[in-house]
Design a protein around this ligand. Sequence first.
Ligand code: SF4
Length: 137
Amino acid sequence: MTEPLALYVHWPFCVSKCPYCDFNSHVRESVDQAVWRAALLADLRHEAALLPGRQVSSIFFGGGTPSLMPPATVAAVIGEAAALWGLTDDCEITLEANPNSVEVAAFADLAAAGVNRVSIGVQSFDPQVLEFLGRAH
Ligand code: SF4
């Protein structure tokens, strides 16, 4: 039996840049969603050609703030991975999110897209600490 794959998908955009952040994350007034979606799918096809005959047992959408991704793009990435490799029955599909209301509003659509686990970036529930950290939520 061939070892299953774990996919990591990076979304490098955030609503604001936290002062302590070393991640590959950027603030942009607009993102060309069609270009990014096409590039993510093209990258998956490239990787599938290098790693054929494997199933995917987990997909992790990280960032940046991947909960800002259009749910249709998340669904397209999951669908492309399923078409290229196939997903295991218990495939874990995680998406990182910040506890901002705009992102929470998209949770139902992200679940419908196939996400079955969220990793929520709660650094603190204390408003003074959040202000010190420069967190937007
Ligand atoms: S939300 Fe996360 S990735 Fe974005 S700037 Fe803050 S720490 Fe960095």
